[in-house]
Ligand binder design. Sequence first.
Ligand code: KE4
Length: 429
Amino acid sequence: MQRQRSHAIFARAQELMPGGVNSPARAFGAVGGEPLVIASGEGAYLVDVDGSRYIDYIGSWGPMILGHAHPVVTRAIHEAVDRGTSFGAPTEAENELAELIVAAVPSIEKVRLVNSGTEATMSAIRLARGFTGREIVIKFAGNYHGHVDSLLVAAGSAAATLSVPNSPGVTVGTSRDTLVLRYNDPAGLEAAFASQGSRIAAIILEPVVGNMGCVVPTPEFLQAARQLTEKHGALLIFDEVMTGFRVAYAGAQSLFGIRPDLTTLGKIVGGGMPIGAYGGRADIMNNVLPAGKVFQAGTLSGNPLACAAGIATLQTLRDESPYARLEDLGARLAVGLAREAAAAGLPHSVARVGSMMTLFFNPDPVTDWDSAARCDTQRFAKYFWGLVDRGVYMPCSQFEALFISAAHTNADIDWTISSAREVFTQLKA
Ligand code: KE4
């Protein structure tokens, strides 16, 4: 399929921006070829600059749970923009968005709005270290928490795809206080706390992993994280930048019945506008400047447009609650893809929570980074492009979760499954 305009625009992009992109996750590094240059989105669909339409399962990597250009969200942005785009002063919209977040997530008693998920996790870690007076932070191989220097150690997402476990530019000093353990390994957690418990400030984890593909935590793992942090005076940080308002209105923590001390948010809470947030126990959050001494600031934090889009998105999710339908659509897609992969004799496993899921080209269940890394990424690349040629736009890496929006229909899911059937037949050959 000719994509002449995409090719021309991307050629110029590479002269202007590193790799022609503003985020490596969208560079198609894991699947080869050139990224599609997108002209517009509407509902469940994207249209590229050559006029081809795709069923979109990236959803801007999570934010677009309502679908693209949802009228309530776009109207809210239009109304806000005519009143000015940024004031650098408190606005009532920040209260409205904070109210919605605090009302939705019981563990969040106070919240600070920032501009990205990275800022949220970076700030939450600084706060945990400031609150506990300790240095060590535990993270897990295959979990990605944004491009925070101290967390770019065995990161998932783009870093994993580019197989750059320790990014150049991250110093030994910076990464020295980060302990990288295996996800879903309670014993490993136990051992770390036994040997260094008094130095550990926090654990940060994805309560459903999206960044090595979708990986579901075991109850024992989450319980161990909660019990060990409580026992040793460390904080438990749930990075819900991806899962917040995605897997449930109150996030993954509400599904698993675990109350973290801090939660980070992003993506959906901004309805597609730049946003992040971190929040949790008031006694901890009150240590953030100017209430306390832990420094954190931001010119555009809580800006009127991101708040307008976030308020419209969260109000729509609260009032329409699309989660049962998202569960049905997710189940339909997961069952269909697994059935067709099995029929084609392709080794595979599927992991799903609600409307986020991954088809792994791996015969075994994926429970951690070691098992994720055994996936057949070459076969994934062929699957990806075979679907693109049939108008289906999957995440461009085996190590990313796909997302279904409330705008997807059964017909979209069925088209995806029948397209996958054709692609699997080719893969088998
Ligand atoms: P941002 O800084 O990209 O807003 O958020 C970082 C982040 C933090 N925590 C989790 C669990 C995340 O998934 C992310 C960002 N996710 C990736 C996709 N897997 C963003 C895509 C990209 O970097 O372009």
